[in-house]
Ligand binder design. Structure first.
Ligand code: TXA
Ligand code: MG
Length: 344
């Protein structure tokens, strides 16, 4: 299959490209498109055969449910049994935006594979002009996971999607680099107290200002059986080929670690803020300005992916504060590293 890249930016009239994407989707095909978080791989959420193509293209386990993307808030009623008050407040405050709300699904409306064996569905209205225009032209819901091969870091550029899914999907809408760079916050509002199943751009602090106390299990708590979790959480995520180790954001500690590892014949890739550029690693990829969390989240997956284009045998990634979007960054870093810290 040939994979076409269609540019959709604001500089020229792209209506022809949207028409082509909508035509493919109506024809039961999958199309990759940008959102404000990461690129998604979309299929019409009511078309079972089309949704199955998403799982096949990604190599995604069939028990991992998909997020359904909608172009207007009014559509929510079609897919859920009831909208809890808390959800209404969240939609008013954060939609369109990087917040997925898990609610009780209406039976027999969405394709079965979207919510495999589940009573709930995750819905979100993305805040990206391309995603919104696509949804509003299509006038149908789009089931869309991140547009990477399963296990790999999510794509924040069309070229990342191309690298993973070239020859497997027919079309990628190229809208440039995504803004936030980590996936949406997944909030389960079906429980007695709302629970963040996956931290993202809408932070615990932001949610609590609108709906009061919210639970946010950490990496260790998520390993406990009784903790509510997203079904996808048990799978490997965001992992480059070489092993990742987390390390404090400290120049001296980093310099020492790189030296020690190189003496052990390692080729070391360092992922860190730009003031670490002078460290003598074999490879260095920048997280952006020191202490700028938005830059770190925007650059994180691109940096992790860049390691796969090198012959690095080990990756050292600096950590950050678990505050604001730092919680989401640390969640992804801990998954990428399988919880491993560099021991010195
Ligand atoms: O930002 C995002 O959310 C991106 C863009 C494309 O919208 N999408 C995305 O989808 O990250 P995906 O499939 O890569 O991650 C969805 C996560 C998975 O961990 C899945 O298990 C969880 O959300 N999830 C989906 N539906 C759920 C449900 N009904 N209950 C609990 N967790 C759910
Ligand atoms: Mg994903």
């Amino acid at each position: 299959m040939e994979t076409v890249l269609l540019t959709v930016d604001d500089f020229v009239d792209n209506s022809e490209n949207y028409t082509q994407a909508v035509h493919l989707l109506n024809d039961g095909q999958v199309v990759a498109f940008p959102t404000e978080t990461v690129y998604g791989l979309g299929a019409v959420a009511t078309d079972e055969q089309a949704v199955k193509k998403i799982f096949a293209a990604k190599g995604r386990p069939s028990d991992n449910p998909l997020i359904v993307h909608i172009g207007t808030i009014e559509e929510v009623n079609r897919y859920v049994v009831d909208i809890p008050e808390i959800a209404k407040k969240c939609m008013a405050a954060f939609w369109p935006g990087p917040l997925t709300l898990v609610m009780h699904v209406k039976p027999n409306v969405l394709a079965e594979s979207v919510t495999p064996g589940m009573q709930t569905v995750g819905l979100r209205m993305p805040d990206h002009p391309v995603a919104l225009k696509l949804l509003q032209t299509l006038k149908k819901p789009l089931a869309a996971p991140s547009a990477n091969r399963s296990g790999k870091p999510s794509p924040t550029k069309a070229s990342h999607v191309f690298e993973d899914l070239q020859g497997i999907i027919p079309c990628i809408l190229d809208g440039g680099m995504t803004g936030i760079g980590v996936e949406s916050t997944v909030l389960d509002v079906t429980l007695a107290q709302p629970v963040i199943l996956r931290p993202g751009g809408v932070t615990k602090e932001m949610l609590e200002e609108v709906i009061g106390p919210v639970l946010e299990p950490n990496f260790e708590q998520q390993k406990i059986e009784a903790t509510p979790k997203a079904p996808g959480m048990k799978y490997t995520h965001y992992a480059p080929n070489a092993p990742v180790y987390l390390i404090e954001q400290d120049l001296q500690i980093m310099q020492q670690a790189v030296q020690t590892l190189q003496q052990q014949q390692h080729k070391v890739a360092v992922l860190a803020p730009e003031n670490f550029a002078a460290v003598n690693a074999d490879y260095y990829f920048s997280f952006g300005h020191e202490y700028e969390l938005e830059q770190m989240s925007a650059n994180l997956y691109d940096a992790l992916r860049a390691c796969d284009k090198t012959d690095a045998t080990i990756i050292l990634a600096t950590t950050t504060e678990r505050k604001g979007v730092g919680t989401a960054i640390m969640n992804r870093l801990e998954k990428a590293a399988g919880g491993n810290w560099y021991q010195y």
